[in-house]
Design a protein around this ligand. Structure first.
Ligand SMILES: [Zn+2]
Length: 257
């Protein structure tokens, strides 16, 4: 059973919190906030704050992070620190599935909106690239947070390896830094992710990554993305705190459609 702080109300095409839930309006009409497919319901117990829950993981879309059990941050760090080839393969498998799953959901939501306009109904299909199925590796979900919930969930997510995804405006800024040991200059590029005209987080690309992403437009508006990394809080020169996602490799995916 998975728990949720918000639910997707299909008829209104909106997300509601537990406080906004009204039995008259929402009963049996709210769904998983990520895949919009698994039905969820409200659980009210004495002495516990009410929450949303879904009964069975297999009611979620395969691309949804709630379809599988979650890997803990501790076990994820074990895989990241391991020198073992099998561990590295398994780690890449989990990251790729998490990123591709997020992109598939973005594509699905984009197509669903088009179809709602055309008044047709499509059944529970998968979109985008199929997730890699593997007999060798057990699929486990890496915690994934939508950019619009990132600030709200900051305290719980800081210093964890996570996937941030959703739609954002991304502005890039070239930067030249000096290596503190060798005093050599090197290039970096800062990508600022903004949502609803507010800064949410940044990532910094090294020379290899700049080269890898060189085809991307300089500034992008409302682009679907998913990126894996370690969430940190940094202080800028003027004491402003910023969220930074430290990425190690080319684990930033786009939906340019
Ligand atoms: Zn779901």
């Amino acid at each position: 059973m998975s728990k949720f702080k918000e639910a997707y109300y299909k008829l209104g095409d909106e997300y509601i919190t537990v406080k906004e839930y009204s039995d008259n309006i929402h009963r049996e009409k709210v769904y998983c906030p990520e895949c919009h497919t698994a039905p969820i319901h409200i659980v009210c117990k004495e002495k516990i704050k009410p929450y949303f829950a879904s009964d069975r993981n297999d009611k979620h879309l395969k691309d949804c992070q709630f379809y599988e059990e979650f890997i803990s941050n501790k076990n994820l760090i074990k895989l990241i620190d391991s020198k073992n080839i099998e561990d590295k393969k398994r780690l890449n498998f989990l990251i790729d599935n998490g990123l591709q799953g997020a992109i598939n959901i973005l594509i699905k939501n984009r197509l669903d909106k088009l179809e709602t306009k055309q008044n047709s109904i499509k059944e529970n299909n998968s979109y985008g690239s199929p997730l890699v199925s593997s007999n060798t590796y057990k699929r486990e979900s890496i915690t994934r947070v939508n950019i619009k919930n990132l600030i709200k969930r900051k305290d719980e997510l800081l210093d964890n390896f996570i996937i941030i995804w959703g739609k954002a405006s991304i502005q890039s800024k070239e930067d030249e830094k000096i290596n503190s040991k060798t005093k050599e200059k090197f290039k970096s590029k800062i990508l600022n992710f903004r949502k609803d005209n507010e800064f949410k987080f940044l990532i910094s690309l090294n020379a290899n990554q700049i080269n890898y992403y060189k085809e991307l437009p300089r500034n992008m508006t409302e682009i679907g993305f998913a990126v894996f990394g370690l969430l940190k809080e940094i202080k800028l020169a003027d004491n402003i705190k910023r969220l930074k996602l430290e990425i190690k490799s080319t684990q930033l995916y786009y939906d340019l459609g």
